[in-house]
Design a protein around this ligand. Structure first.
Ligand SMILES: C[S@@+](CC[C@H](N)C(=O)[O-])C[C@H]1O[C@@H](n2cnc3c(N)ncnc32)[C@H](O)[C@@H]1O
Length: 392
């Protein structure tokens, strides 16, 4: 893939292309959303299908819009050709929100998602919009390979890297490098501290642990926690140096960070990186005989020594012990916060599911009331009430 348009002028990305053919009527789409919701639970993402019909009926989060705008802008800025000419892979595509956006712009998009309930929603949306250029697979991203899925101009690795643990983080990023012919967008949380290390292919990488599921969570609960890892109870959030260094190992020749367009509401430990697969520069025209290898970023100091505000110069045994205790308490507090966040996410999903169920039951009740049986039942109740009032 050629990156950056040679004219430097780029092109205009206007509003998404309209799908070919007649879109179903709004009422039909709403009925379809209800049907999918009954089988698979409510959507967790709120996006527009046709004007006036969204996947959810609460207010959409405006920050979502700024995030997707950032992604579309980034890809269109670096692609070197119209988005419609690209083959794009969206890894862990959830309910298809981002994949649909690029498919609506005409790109050939492949989405992979590990939860059937999420895939069903993305499929429904693609069918509703008549998008034949969006292919959706129910698969674990840890199965990604060029043999199965082919090569892509752009690989979207959004919100998934930080749901993997240990070995999987590395083999997954290697697979991203393998299927990527142009650039990968890696939108991820990073570990802000070097809390633990992992050795992969002889190199040590560092990061922090994130709790995905309670240690005793049942498979059913894990599945219901629809934004989380599929099975691993913990995930490894690489530090920036480890992530940069390993992307380089995966064949990416430069890594850029996106600051603009701004994603409003983005967390402090989140980054949107563009990892580019180019030709590696190994010497300079001024000194062609000197070979320059990749230079690795130095790792963060282990968390216990880098804790700000503590006297790291002190060497007495008591001070070292105090530092270790403080660090342990800090890590425990971080783990608690993460567990609580996971719990809140699960509870929110349950509340949405229950609300949808209540709406369905109310609908059924209305239907029964309006039906012959319902009217006969009401008449019988009235007769019974009249009869018992006479007897009194
Ligand atoms: C936080 S959401 C991110 C969704 C989307 N990529 C985005 O950035 O908006 C994480 C998604 O990853 C999916 N997921 C987690 N582990 C996965 C795995 N091993 N294989 C496939 N999908 C996975 C979840 O089901 C969920 O849809």
């Amino acid at each position: 893939m050629t990156l950056l348009p040679s004219s430097g002028t780029g092109w205009t990305v206007t509003s998404p292309t309209q799908p070919r053919g007649e879109a179903p009527a709004a009422a039909e789409i709403v009925a379809g959303i209800d049907r999918v919701t009954q089988h698979h639970g409510p959507w967790t993402t709120n996006y527009s299908l046709v004007p006036g019909v969204r996947t959810r009926d609460d207010e959409p989060d405006p920050n979502d819009r700024t995030r997707i705008r950032r992604l579309v802008q980034l890809v269109s800025d670096v692609a070197g050709r119209p988005v419609a000419d690209l083959r794009i892979l969206d890894l862990a595509c959830l309910e298809g929100q981002v994949a649909l956006e690029f498919a609506r712009l005409g790109a050939r998009v492949v989405g992979i998602e590990g939860r059937e309930s999420n895939v069903a929603k993305a499929r429904f949306a693609a069918q509703t919009l008549g998008l034949t250029n969006l292919e959706l697979h129910h698969d674990d991203v840890r199965n990604l390979s060029r043999e199965t899925y082919g090569g892509f101009d752009v690989v979207l690795c959004l919100g998934i890297l930080y749901h993997l643990d240990d070995e999987d983080v590395f083999t997954f990023l290697q697979a991203v490098g393998e299927v990527c012919d142009g650039a990968a967008v890696v939108d991820t949380h990073v570990g802000l501290a070097n809390e633990r290390t992992y050795v992969f292919e002889g190199q040590t990488y560092a990061g922090a642990s994130y709790v995905e599921h309670d240690a005793d969570a049942e498979d059913e609960d894990k599945l219901a926690n629809r934004w989380a890892s599929l099975d691993n109870p913990l995930s490894l959030w690489l530090t920036r140096p480890s992530l940069y260094n390993f992307l380089s190992e995966c064949g990416f020749t430069s890594v850029w960070e996106c600051h603009q367009p701004r994603w409003e509401g983005m967390h402090d430990d989140r980054v949107t990186l563009l990892a580019v697969k180019g030709g590696r520069v190994t010497s300079l025209p001024s000194e062609p005989e000197v070979e320059i290898g990749a230079s690795a970023w130095p790792e963060l100091e282990p968390a216990v020594q880098s804790d700000p505000g503590l006297d790291t110069g002190a060497t007495s045994e008591a001070t070292v012990q105090a530092l270790a205790d403080t660090d342990e308490r800090l890590q425990e507090a971080r783990r608690k916060v993460r567990r609580l966040r996971t719990r809140v996410r699960t509870l929110r999903t349950r509340v949405h599911t229950l609300r949808a169920r209540v709406r369905t039951l109310e609908g059924e009740l209305e239907e029964i009331r309006g039906s012959k049986v319902g009217r006969a039942h009401s008449a019988a109740v009235r007769l019974r009430d009249r009869w018992s009032s006479r007897r009194r």
